[in-house]
Unconditional design. Structure first.
Length: 413
């Protein structure tokens, strides 16, 4: 057993809360999780520390910065981990070792470090002005298997460790992509429905590039030695930095692909999430909650409220005149396109879909819009999936609304 694990085990056997009371098993488990998460990232970052007693300020600094700047952990999660580390090191005789977690990020604006349970700003790529297709193309150039991983993260909302463990041929269960118990967070398995054409296309593409029994994680490290999950996690992070997919550079991390998956699923479920500018929903409250729960389960969470961290709080307000509200949103988007001189004509291969979209807007919401503008709005929506043109499936109205809001928001003042 590694030295630090022995130290942790001995510490937890007599672990006390801040108030001096003996800690519950739940508290001990949560503390063990925090220390494990800390040591794991520390080692993946190249530090050889094997004893908790040898951990110093530079180690705490490196891990907290990695958590926030490169791995996209939520402030609430980081605060929880750091507070537990503070108790651990205090009981080891180092009460002043761990500082407030915000102290380790002096260059980050204070508003980004506020603890929030629900997202107010999108963590996805598209909403932050980052082209997903370009990011995946950069990943392909850096390492083909890395590019395959990002495709599955976007199409199925997989976590980083899940995609490294994933064996695409074995995970493909026909109607679902299975995350097996040994692959999911805290050992929780789940089946992610393969409901849409782009998901099947991406999965088939990934399968065509990898052996039938192979994991997506690398078999060998950069030195030709057998790899393991620890080495693969570090390689993944190194590649993310190489292509510039960090919070410092892009404003988002690769975890944002999972957030974008959640937002995309919300659109398919016919509601525009708060992070994409949604303000209303005419779905009954129970139906809206049910659909949000469906998205939560796809992400591997049992509670529907957890998805608020990905796409904002549940929308319950209803518009008194939904058609008028929708027409105003589309009109604002069209005006933004005109201001940007976006007037590209739809090519022949997409004309049938463009006509369907135009007729849908005219018949259902009395919206008159040119073919060129409809084409531009749907291209914006398609870019959310790293596609040139997304098939017309469910949530078409919501997709157009989100695209109109997006282009209007990005219009310079």
């Amino acid at each position: 057993m590694e030295h630090w694990r022995s130290e942790l085990s001995e510490l937890l056997s007599e672990f006390l809360r801040n108030n001096g009371n003996v800690a519950s098993e739940r508290t001990k488990d949560a503390t063990a999780e925090a220390v494990n998460a800390f040591m794991k990232v520390l080692h993946e970052s190249g530090y050889k520390v094997q004893k908790l007693s040898n951990v110093g300020d530079r180690h705490i600094t490196a891990v907290v910065r990695e958590w926030f700047l490169n791995r996209g952990l939520r402030p609430k999660t980081i605060q929880n981990y750091v507070s537990r580390l503070k108790v651990v090191f205090a009981q080891m005789g180092k009460p002043n070792l761990v500082r407030s977690w915000q102290d380790y990020l002096p260059e980050v604006p204070a508003e980004q470090l506020v603890i929030k349970t629900a997202a107010e700003k999108s963590k996805g790529f598209t909403a932050n002005g980052v082209d997903v297709a370009s990011c995946i193309a950069a990943a392909d150039r850096a390492n083909e298997r890395f590019g395959l991983m990002l495709r599955l993260e976007l199409a199925f909302g997989l976590r980083r460790e899940e995609v490294l463990h994933c064996r695409p041929w074995i995970a493909d269960r026909g109607s679902d992509l299975r995350v097996y118990p040994s692959e999911g967070k805290n050992g929780r398995p789940r089946d992610i429905p393969i409901e849409y054409e782009h998901q099947r296309q991406i999965l088939e593409y990934v399968k065509s590039k990898i052996g039938k029994t192979k994991h997506l994680g690398w078999d060998y490290d950069g030195n030709g030695k057998p790899a393991n999950i620890k080495k693969n996690l570090k390689r993944y992070s190194d590649l993310a930095r190489r292509i510039g997919a960090t919070k410092e550079n892009l404003g988002v991390t690769l975890h944002g692909l999972r957030a974008q998956f959640a937002e995309n699923q919300a659109l398919f479920k016919e509601f525009v999430p708060t992070t994409l500018g949604g303000t209303t929903s005419n779905l009954p409250k129970d139906e809206l909650k049910f659909r949000q729960t469906e998205v939560s389960l796809m992400l591997g969470h049992g509670r529907d409220t957890v998805t608020a961290a990905y796409y904002g709080p549940l929308i319950r307000k209803q518009s008194s005149d939904e058609q008028a509200r929708f027409r105003a949103v589309i009109a604002e988007g069209v005006l933004a396109l005109q201001t940007q001189a976006a007037d590209e004509r739809p090519p022949k291969e997409y004309m049938t879909d463009v006509l369907v979209l135009t007729e849908l807007l005219a018949s259902e919401d009395n919206v008159e819009i040119s073919l060129a503008k409809v084409y531009q709005l749907w291209k914006i929506h398609s870019s959310r999936f790293a596609l040139e043109w997304a098939p017309l499936e469910s949530g078409i109205r919501q997709a157009l609304e989100a695209a109109a809001i997006h282009v209007a928001k990005r219009l310079p003042a």
